[in-house]
Design a protein around this ligand. Sequence first.
Ligand code: NAD
Ligand code: MN
Length: 498
Amino acid sequence: MTELDTTQERTPSTPPAWEYADAPESKDIVTLQDRYGLFIGGEFVEPKSGRYMATIDPSTEEVLAEVPEAGAEDVDLAVTAARDAFDSHWRDLPGRERAKYLYRIARALQERAREFAVLESMNGGKPIKESRDIDLPLAAAHFFYYAGWADKLDYAFPGRTAKPIGVAGQVIPWNFPMLMAAWKLAPALATGNTTVLKPAETTPLTALLLAEVIQAAELPPGAVNVITGAGETGAALVAADVDKVAFTGSTEVGKAIRRTVAGTNKRLTLELGGKAANIVFEDAPLDQAVEGVVNGIFFNQGHVCCAGSRLLVQEPIFDALLEKLKARLQTLRVGDPLDKNTDIGAINSRAQLTRIEELVASGVEEGAEMYQPVCDLPERGFWFRPTLFTGVSQSHRIAREEIFGPVLSILTFRTPEEAVEKANNTPYGLSAGVWTEKGSRILWMAERLQAGVVWANTFNRFDPSSPFGGYKESGFGREGGLHGLAPYVELTPRNGAS
Ligand code: NAD
Ligand code: MN
């Protein structure tokens, strides 16, 4: 027996004496195909474009499979299949029948949750503990939640009749592939629309596995179509004969989509970027706040549109908070996404890593002070250490632009008024966090913060019954909750209603 060294002190520079054993989740549960098809009209088909692209594991750069790059003809086929399914079947199904299909999908996601979670982590780089405990349970919860609404639309919209819009073109990003697919598909189907979904080019595999689940659930062919491809495919889908466009991704692409849709009858919702303030007052419980700050920016490698990427600290506690934060950063484990102890996995793509590196370099160049804990990074794959910046001024790029990586910019404030002003001094408005013991201050702040979601003494907390969405350049429209039904329905006064 070895004796434990109890004399060793824990400071930011000396990590704990004990080591973690490797705890890798097995990949055996996942069966990959060499080549996937497009899911159109209930079948997996070869792309008319004849083009394929490789999809990789960002933690090893190993090729996992090839997926089709859908061209304009493929997009039209998918939209036509969705249109046929809408006209011939789906729109006229009673809500309780649509609900059955949604419940089937939800249950299948629960039954196959481990398979989905492992594949999500393999293709996207996120830690298995997050895909297992957050992405998959929440995706299933969204299908359950909207299944519940499918036969209760009269109650959702009292005095009015809710009719589906038609075919939805849905383009999603790579940071929460399954969760975003659920956010898009569940409300659209519950309200009687049919859809064509395009996952992001770096993370197509769980969407294709979801297509298998949808096929097995025996949804009417064409009710859901999944087409893979890059930006060009997304642009073609937005321009195609769809009645509604739902997009989550960058503000830049959101603007381009809005231009395409302008002057048409297409309905549009946009969920775009963010630069959220996480605001810690001097009376906040510091250890809890530190956990919230860490969760706010390092969850999912900081690839989170509502990430708490700007920390605003009240001046009297700045030193104490910074010291605790640095010590906490030193305990974060960066590495293999499939290891159950991993806190920070791989950056999703080389392109995203380059973007993070460029913005971090600008922070150093503009005079902010950078802190990174000591940690080894794997040789292959895309990695970035958890990073803090102090001495950040409001004009720095790292205080204004979305980094979308594990990088926190720390600013200070003196009064609540100053906190509000700094928090709102951004083109975005997706989320904010407030840490204080004072309930009245939480309400005072929440009234003044221009953000779709304001969390109090917590951060990055999601629930299917709670609406989510932005102000200003973070986009418009709400997803989740009762609000999430509205973008997918046409409302008319109900007969006999006054
Ligand atoms: P992106 O906006 O280019 O990609 C998101 C989705 O849009 C993908 O499916 C992509 O194929 C598709 N797309 C790209 N161009 C399109 C077009 N012209 N028309 C229709 N669809 C198109 O995002 P990105 O380039 O991968 O990332 C760039 C930055 O965007 C990130 O650094 C981050 O700041 C931000 N981002 C935000 C979110 C979010 O959840 N809000 C998600 C991803 C990226
Ligand atoms: Mn892009």
